[in-house]
Write a protein that binds this ligand. Sequence first.
Ligand code: VTB
Length: 362
Amino acid sequence: MPHPKTAENMMKSAGPIETALLPSLVHVTEAAAIAASYQMGRGDKNYADHVSVEAMRRMLNCLDFKGTIKIGEGERDEAPMLYIGEEVGTGKGDIAVDIAVDPLEGTNLTADGIPGSISVMAMAEPGGLFHGPDVYMDKIVVGSQVVKYEKEHPDEQIDLDAPVKDNLEIVAKALNRDIEELVVVILDRERHKSKIEEIRATGARVSLVSDGDLMPGVSTSIRGSGVHVVMGSGGSGEAVLTASAMKILGGKVLARLVLPTVANGKSQEEIEAEKAEKMPRLNTMGITEDNINDVLDTDKLVPGKDVIFAASGITPGQFLHQVNLFGGGDARVNSISMGSSGVVKFTDSIYIGDKEDTPLRL
Ligand code: VTB
């Protein structure tokens, strides 16, 4: 009988980024989630976003490393904090990382007190995260069991351009169940109308979300979460964050860049205006009108080998609980954090405000 893996094995196989930064990473998303949770249900998504960005940035700047935000709150001129290119960390030590952040994924969900909002981030060695411009990616996300099935059946591969039915048949076989038993999560948007009809026509069940399709993507690799596939277009940063988790968990993301005006069926004039605005920046990244339609797989989205990921729940999710506030500044926050070595931690942290007054409960 092989001895089960232990922290000893992980410490030996973990890269320098995982070793140095994974234990602290979850504190960063926890801080942002707790800050956002105080703004839950207050109807002000911008302020909720603002406080979580500030909290995340403060935490990052406490850590000894050299970090560069690659996916963040926007371009420097539009985002004062955690903008693309911002350097974070104390700069001490020799660990340099590229960072993807979404301090408040699901601003509307938090502002309206609706399930599904999180604080999330990923890190990898420089060049380890695809950092496209702020456009959409059309994508399909499936879990690690489907990847295993694909390896055993080379003729049956998930394909972004295949009919939905073909992909769902593969997923159903990989998960050893009927298509009728699958759940596909997709953003509730007009642009997904025909895709939703196509999914329903296969017999699969559809879970529409008003925002926040990142954690559902991660959930496809977690049995018992009740999510088997995520489809549809959404933010490219969110897709790369999903891919960071899937790279660690062995799941799969296939994605293609698409301009929001194109995805949302806007007029030719609006499409041309968006192209004029975004193509020059895309070109500097090597993305041209010739290759913008190329399919990016998990390794293209996240080429990094030393990848770490953390997410903390703000409002309730598929498997993360909401932040609970107990008075006196006490907070309880639920997170997932993981690294390329294969360690996944589900944590339930309590920050004690007053040691004598704080009742700890199981
Ligand atoms: C997507 C989704 C996000 O915003 O990026 C979506 O992945 C953007 O789509 O979880 P719209 O422009 O249609 O809103 C979120 O729902 C929230 O950031």
